[in-house]
Design a protein around this ligand. Structure first.
Ligand code: WTA
Length: 692
């Protein structure tokens, strides 16, 4: 029927467009043919007609302008926001080429604004004061709450006033370690309001990881809560923070204030461990402050936040985003990739501890004046129908999640989905890892009743916002492909030598020239920023991802090409896990690789060499895994410990991960040449120990 997306035999019916870019040619020219391999899913006419970008032609027109006249394109968008003072002559000044000196990216320099003002005050003044900004759903069904834009503004102002009162100033770091309570976006916005730089640490990280981040950015205050319930488990967050603060002091960084929200539904304050003088109950102080608070006006290039992410070496990197460009970029990508309508109710299942929660729970949606669902709990509690229960309860129109959740719900069966109406849904979204075509189909057919386009958004902590993404309604989708670049983004695929390859090809994904949401540096380590991202392929930003482009110009992300693995959409550096493993007293050496995992996308597979004479035992295996949970967090626990009397190394001592990956995935006939190993017999030993 016409309101359902339909499969087509040919795109020849699409009118041919005026502009031509290397991408999208086939679609524009109607050359893309549907076949077994070329599985096209077209938006319904009805959907396309109402879409912000209703056709490939419209996209091309906007895309071409964004590339040919980026200053004009982004200035027009910037004009929709509030600036205390307009930016200078130059919209963008950049050098991405390490051969021409320091890498530098600036957008709207000299422009004075505030992102909190643009999220809240601007929308309240525009008449959205009584519109719901946040629908909060607690872990327990029936435990919920709402905040209108006016109420959210007042809460943010109270916290901002408190922070100012205890001496937090523009440029100061604030660490936030909170679960998905309304207080998490409130805390982020309060920092932004006073020009403080927030650094949210995902509340699943261990005390050691938290402390490592505290020591790196030296916050004046840590904002947390006493405990949280996830599913049927109570997690005592305050204990973790206490341990982290003790460890930080030991490393020379003492935090003066630990502002603690009493999350009563999980734990009463009487049961919370307390350090007088340092710990303050949020509820005792914050509500006493005035509900209005002067905005600290900042430069477009002043830092907004730090977010630590994993790289190929051990130490997490503090990705730094600034204010103006990030504001425009998250707002614009949100608007177009989800075909935003003011009546939408939007739910992103990501936690604000990750970039997705920064850009697409907090900033992007609120900048658009959207109503956002914030969910505290676990998607399978009390049962696997919880997501759809929430969708029906709030009449969610836009549901944005990760492939790992889709796959785990898919395993539970369609009954959990079809029990609920879901008729409010309009657009679906996916992020975090490539979505495999069968999960895509299930998401599309079962969850979306073959009615809702899926925005498979490819991007990174570093990019601030979507880079390659479908625009719902604009063009046919191919399950598993992130399709085409967003406005202003020029993806290129290069070979090992850094030479751009055209047409149908596969290689390393890089980006040519900057976009407003790009990160500006790694906190305190600009050199590492240049080395990691701009030196591998001079002239380009290197993403760390592999990518192929098909004959129709569609992009297919193939996963990381560096030593980063992606577990349930969480980025984990193999080196981080290895360093946690070898901190176990009985572990002499370790090598970690990613293996395919049915639900998580990738699983963590660890080869572990024990200290001389130590016997293998189940108990030891458990205690080694526990060490990783304690050092990084439960989400980084290895799925498999493979005992290794030795590791395959070259004569110069380099571990040959290629061989380990093959052993881990049991592709034993594809081990390749092992003759260059210092000791080729380790391979046979490893194989013989594979299932012990
Ligand atoms: C992967 C998450 C394929 C990719 C926003 C990237 C994806 C890394 C997709 C960034 C997608 C994210 N398709 N791969 N739609 N989205 N990735 O920094 O490998 O946590 O480099 O940002 O996730 O992870 P990060």
């Amino acid at each position: 029927s016409s309101h359902h997306l339909r499969h087509v035999d040919s795109l020849a019916t699409l009118p041919s467009g005026a502009g031509r870019i290397p991408h999208l040619n086939a679609v524009i020219l109607g050359e893309a043919l549907a076949s077994e391999e070329n599985d096209l899913v077209c938006p319904s006419d009805e959907f396309s007609k109402q879409a912000l970008v209703p056709s490939p032609q419209k996209y091309l027109e906007m895309y071409n302008r964004s590339i040919e006249d980026p200053d004009g394109f982004w200035s027009d968008i910037a004009s929709e926001f509030y600036w205390k003072k307009k930016w200078g002559e130059q919209v963008c000044s950049e050098n991405l080429d390490v051969r021409n000196g320091e890498v530098k990216i600036e957008w709207f320099k000299g422009g004075i604004t505030n992102i909190c003002y643009n999220c809240l005050d601007r929308n309240v003044e525009a008449g959205l004061g009584d519109k719901i900004a946040i629908y909060w759903e607690g872990n327990e069904p029936g435990y919920d709450g709402t905040l209108t834009y006016s109420e959210l503004l007042q809460k943010v102002c109270q916290l901002a006033n408190y922070l100012k009162d205890i001496g937090v100033k523009k440029g100061d770091a604030v660490v936030i370690y909170l679960p998905m309570l309304m207080e998490l976006p409130i805390a982020m916005l309060a920092c932004a309001r006073i020009g403080a730089v927030h650094s949210v640490v995902f509340a699943g990280f261990s005390a050691e990881s938290l402390s490592q981040r505290i020591v790196d950015c030296k916050p004046k205050v840590v904002i947390t809560c006493n405990a949280v319930k996830r599913g049927s488990k109570v997690i005592n967050l305050k204990d973790i923070v206490d341990a982290a603060l003790v460890e930080s002091s030991g490393n020379g960084v003492s935090v003066g204030v630990c502002l603690t929200y009493e999350n009563e539904s999980a734990m009463k304050r009487e049961s919370t461990k307390w350090k007088e003088g340092r710990d303050i109950w949020w509820q005792d102080v914050v509500p006493k402050y005035p509900t209005t608070c002067e905005v600290e006006w900042v430069d477009a290039e002043d830092p907004l936040f730090l977010l630590y992410t994993s790289g190929s070496t051990g130490k997490p990197k503090g990705v730094l985003h600034t204010t103006g460009g990030y504001m425009l970029y998250t707002a614009t990508t949100f608007k177009y990739a989800f075909d935003y309508k003011p009546t939408d109710i939007y739910w992103c299942t990501a936690d604000c501890g990750w970039i997705t929660g920064h850009s697409y729970v907090t900033y992007g949606p609120l900048l658009n004046g959207a109503s956002v669902v914030v969910f505290e709990g676990a998607p399978s509690y009390p049962d696997s129908g919880r997501c759809w229960d929430i969708v029906d309860k709030f009449k969610v129109t836009t549901f944005y999640t990760a492939p790992t959740l889709v796959r785990s719900l898919m395993r539970e069966g369609a009954e959990y989905v079809t029990k609920y109406s879901r008729k409010s849904l309009r657009v679906l979204g996916s992020v975090g890892e490539p979505i495999n075509p069968s999960a895509w189909r299930w998401f599309f057919n079962v969850v979306g009743d073959s009615r809702c386009p899926i925005s498979d958004t490819w991007w990174q902590t570093e990019t601030g916002g979507f880079m390659i993404t479908p625009l719902p309604g604009a063009w046919p989708q191919k399950p598993g492909s992130a399709t085409f670049p967003f406005f202003g983004v020029q993806p290129v695929i290069v070979d090992e030598k850094g030479v751009e390859i055209e047409g149908e090809c596969s290689g390393y994904l890089c980006i040519k020239s900057s976009w407003p949401g790009a990160f500006r540096t790694l906190y305190g380590d600009h050199e590492r920023y240049e080395t990691t991202y701009f030196k591998p392929f001079p002239g380009y930003y290197f993403t760390g991802d592999g990518c192929s482009r098909d004959k129709d110009g569609y992009h297919w992300l193939t996963g990381r090409v560096d030593d980063v693995i992606n577990v349930s959409g969480h980025r984990i550096g193999t080196a981080e896990v290895e360093s946690a493993l070898v901190s176990h007293p009985k572990c002499a050496e370790a090598a970690v690789v990613g293996v395919e995992h049915e639900v998580k996308g990738q699983g963590i597979y660890a080869f572990v060499t024990l200290v001389e004479g130590e016997p293998y035992s189940e108990e030891l295996r458990k205690s080694i895994i526990l060490t990783v949970r304690k050092q990084i967090g439960a989400f980084a626990a290895p799925d498999k410990i493979h005992w290794a009397p030795g590791l395959p190394k070259t004569r110069s001592g380099k571990i040959m991960r290629r061989i380990l990956r093959k052993i881990a995935s049991r592709q034993l006939d594809e081990l390749g040449d092992t003759s260059t190993l210092a000791d080729p017999s380790v391979v046979d030993q490893l194989i013989s120990l594979a299932d012990t």
